[in-house]
Design a protein around this ligand. Structure first.
Ligand code: 2PG
Ligand code: MG
Length: 423
């Protein structure tokens, strides 16, 4: 493997106008790779630390100059001139240099930018597309493309909190290609926008990931409106288009009580409510139905809806191998939401993916609510054989760069879309 000649990082702005880190890695051969890292808003407590400057007079403390300086200083001086046999080799060196369990010293934003920039540089050196190189890292060649799950409506931390739950997503289930999935989603989105304009007498306002955020009374209304929009688009809910939800319930949970749209529910009450939604609507995936530390109730949620909808762990798992092992042992979930910046290196995320597969789980590869125009997520989802990809809505370039990259990969490979849910 070629040696790293140098690294260079800089601060750029993400889709919320907040600073983030972009790094470039140049190998001795001259091959280079650049990568930008995303940032969450509804973050899990067990996520790796995103290093922020904390200077209140600048970007309200969210600057990334310290993380950038860590790449251009300490990390660069340790890795420059070194050749790593594998991605794991570089990532292990980065983890060792950081020396904390959660990248708290150098910052997961600094470390991840380097990890992905290096993968891109090596892909360029090997003259292969990034998805092929990433597949090579996991030693499994891709034979399908991930099925998109696309934001329609948002609430919670991604919108004004008018509804407690964070997202209702549409899942084009009957289509056989990315191209058809996007065209179908666009039709539903357009119909939903027209309906909301009439019904709420408002112009289109979008949440962080491009989902619409009208003043729904509650989650039920949000779900019904999604189903209506599918029907008005001339499609059959559950046959052509299904729904996925991100309940993101850690963010409305406090000491055993869930405050759902103003109503106080116990964990069991929450499970019953979710089971009812799954019963009444064509919901095929439920993310973070319960809070991140409500370990005792997650297996009961799985008993209640498993087999009908995926029990998908985001804040619960934080792409963290230890938490995934625990969840698999407890039968607390049956699907992993994979977000590389929750853990901080590609190799640790690959281990998270491996454990999920070992437990026979499905995997949704996910963007963050704060994104950049970088499109590596699409290559990652294809290269690692994700079942679903969650990018956001089909609006805004921070989301579209990834959808467009999926279209490009589809055009290049003609790989089929993964069949999910199993039919
Ligand atoms: C989530 C993500 C993406 P955030 O909760 O799944 O929708 O949000 O990046 O804010 O954590
Ligand atoms: Mg989530």
């Amino acid at each position: 493997m070629d040696t790293i000649e140098t690294l260079h990082a800089m601060e750029i702005l993400d889709s919320r106008g907040r600073p983030t880190v972009r790094a470039t890695c140049r190998l001795a051969s001259g091959a280079t790779g650049t990568a930008s890292v995303p940032s969450g808003a509804s973050t899990g407590k067990a996520e790796a630390l995103e290093l922020r400057d904390g200077e209140t007079g600048r970007y309200n403390g969210l600057g990334c100059r310290k993380a950038v300086a860590n790449v251009n200083g300490e990390i660069r001086s340790v890795v420059s001139g070194q050749g790593f046999e594998t991605q794991e080799g570089l990532d292990a060196a980065l983890c060792e240099l950081d020396g904390t369990p959660n990248k708290a010293r150098l910052g997961a934003n600094a470390v991840l930018a380097v990890s992905i920039a290096y993968a891109r540089a090596v892909a360029a050196h090997r003259v292969v597309p990034l998805y092929k190189h990433l597949a090579h890292i996991r030693r499994v060649p891709p034979d399908t493309l991930p099925r998109p799950t696309i934001n329609l409506f948002s609430g919670g931390k991604h919108a004004g909190g008018q509804v407690s739950i964070q997202d209702v997503l549409i899942v084009p289930t009957s289509v056989v290609s990315i191209e058809e999935a996007l065209a179908m989603a666009s039709e539903v989105y357009r119909r939903a926008a027209e309906r909301c304009a009439k019904r709420y007498d408002m112009r289109l306002l979008r949440a962080d990931e491009g989902g619409m955020a009208p003043p729904f009374k509650n989650t039920e209304e949000m779900l019904l409106e999604a189903v209506e929009s599918i029907l008005v688009a001339g499609l059959e809910p559950g046959r052509h288009v299904s729904l996925a939800i991100d309940v993101a319930s850690s963010h409305f949970h406090n000491v055993g009580t869930y405050t759902l749209d103003g109503e106080k529910l116990s964990a069991n009450g929450m499970i019953e409510r979710i089971a009812k939604w799954v019963e009444q609507h064509p919901i095929v995936s439920v993310e973070d139905g319960l809070a991140e530390n409500d370990w005792d109730h997650w297996p009961r949620l799985r008993d209640a809806i498993g087999g009908k909808a995926l029990v998908l762990g985001d804040d619960l798992l934080c792409t963290n191998p230890e938490r995934i092992r625990k969840a698999a042992d407890k039968r607390a979930a049956d699907a992993l939401l994979l977000k590389v910046n929750q853990i901080g290196t590609l190799s640790e995320a690959a281990e998270a993916m491996r454990l999920a597969r070992e437990a026979n789980w499905k995997v949704t590869v996910s963007a963050r609510s704060g994104e950049t125009e970088d499109d590596w997520l699409a290559d990652l989802a294809v290269g690692w054989g994700g079942d679903q990809i969650k990018i956001g809505s089909i609006t805004q370039s921070d989301r579209l760069s990834k959808y467009n990259r999926l279209l490009e990969i589809e055009d290049e490979t003609s790989l089929p879309l993964v069949w999910w849910p199993n039919r």
